[in-house]
Structure formats: C-alpha cells, structure tokens
Design a protein around this ligand. Structure first.
Ligand code: CA
Length: 223
C-alpha cells in the first residue's frame, strides 16, 4: 500500500509541473482562413483495408461558428472502392514528447453533413486517433480510439454541427507504454460493402492529454 501512495504522489507532482497538459494539441484545429489546411494532409486507408478515395479541400462556406474569418475541411468520400473499412479524410501528427508520460487522452471533432445527398448508413463520419511509441507517428502503434456516427437521412442537416468525441470518461492509455505522438484523423469510413458517397465538413478538432480542460467551452475559431 505504501508503494501505491508514493506512486500517486509522484504522478500528481508531474501533472502540477506541466501547465500545458490540458491544452488542445491539434494545430490549426479550426481551419482558419490564413493557414487553411496547413498542418493537415490527406489520409487514405491502406492494406489490409481497401485503399480509400475521395477529395479534401479547405472550404470557406462552412464554419462551426459561422465565422467569416474561418472555414472547415470539406471531405468528399468517393463511391469506390466499395469494400468495407475504406476510409478517406485528413490527418495530422501531434507531438506528445513534451507531455510525458501520457496517461489519458480526450479527443473529438465537430462535423456537418448537409442536405441534398443520400445517406443510408453506409458511411461513418468521425475522428480516429492512433497513438505511437516514437515521435513523428513512427515506431509501433500502441493503441487507437475512434468515435463516429453512421450517417442516415435523418442526420442530414444544414448549419447543424454534430459532435463526435471521447471526453468523459477519457481514453485510458495508462496500462500501456506512454505514446510520443498521435495521428489525428478526421475521416469518412465505409461501414459495409456499398457504393455510397458522402460530403462532410469537419471543424473544431481537438486532442488533449492527462486531464483535459472542458474543451467544449473553448473557442476554436479566430474571432
Ligand atoms: Ca473553422
């Protein structure tokens, strides 16, 4: 029992010494107008899954806060390949090396799926985060988490931004080696064999570690 107490005390000292721990680690999380898609790059699923296809561009017509000074990432998920788990979107590698040890994480994104298209539940929209034991999203995959929604017609709404997130409880990494980096992916993923297309906007992505601030109360946008 003494050993357990000593460990907990040491952990609390580490937390208190690092003021940045609760902050959003995602760069250009709000897709503001000047950097546009800076810090982000294209993501496509790969073998053994089908290689996903689509397009991803910065779009100034849609913004989670309806700010004329910001925008969002507009993903068009292609009709092919038709195999399940084909995924396409954007990704960013987040450096966690200054936040050691990483024990828990919270992450999420806002998304808008507009009317004027067909949705049968064949495409899931959300956020995937993969944690790696080396910087630069290299080395070995330690673990990963995801949160998303299979989009149906009832989910198609103009100017309504839904939320996909793992916030409470936080994603627990503590039994595993501490990750040095994480790849954040905002993606559309095919749920089964089908040829559905989907247009989706992402904005306000976040990843925080080791006891996050109430990030849903923070603003992600340029004011
Ligand atoms: Ca934005």
């Amino acid at each position: 029992m003494k050993n357990v107490r000593i460990f907990l005390f040491a952990a609390s000292v580490v937390l208190a010494a690092a003021p940045a721990l609760g902050q959003n680690q995602v760069q250009n999380s709000g897709f503001d107008i000047v950097p546009m898609l800076m810090n982000w790059s294209a993501y496509a699923s790969s073998a053994p899954d089908p290689v996903g296809a689509g397009t991803g561009v910065w779009d100034g017509t849609q913004d989670v806060s309806m700010s004329p000074l910001s925008g969002s990432a507009h993903i068009d998920f292609a009709a092919a390949p038709t195999g399940g788990n084909a995924a396409y979107g954007i990704r960013q590698c987040v450096d966690l090396s200054a936040l050691q040890p990483v024990m828990t994480a919270t992450f999420g994104t806002r998304y808008e799926v507009r009317t004027g298209q067909t949705a049968t539940g064949g495409v899931n929209v959300g956020i995937d985060v993969a944690f790696f034991d080396a910087v630069g999203c290299g080395g070995n995959l330690i673990t990963g988490g995801s949160q998303g929604k299979d989009i149906l017609m009832a989910d198609l709404m103009d100017n309504f931004w839904d939320t996909a997130e793992i916030l409470s409880p936080a994603f627990d990494i503590s039994p595993l080696p501490s990750p040095m980096s994480a790849e954040v992916r905002l993606v559309a993923t095919r749920t089964s064999m089908n040829s559905d297309t989907l247009s989706v906007f992402f904005d306000g992505a976040y990843l925080a570690v080791n006891g996050a601030l109430p990030v849903q109360l923070q603003t992600f946008e340029a004011e």
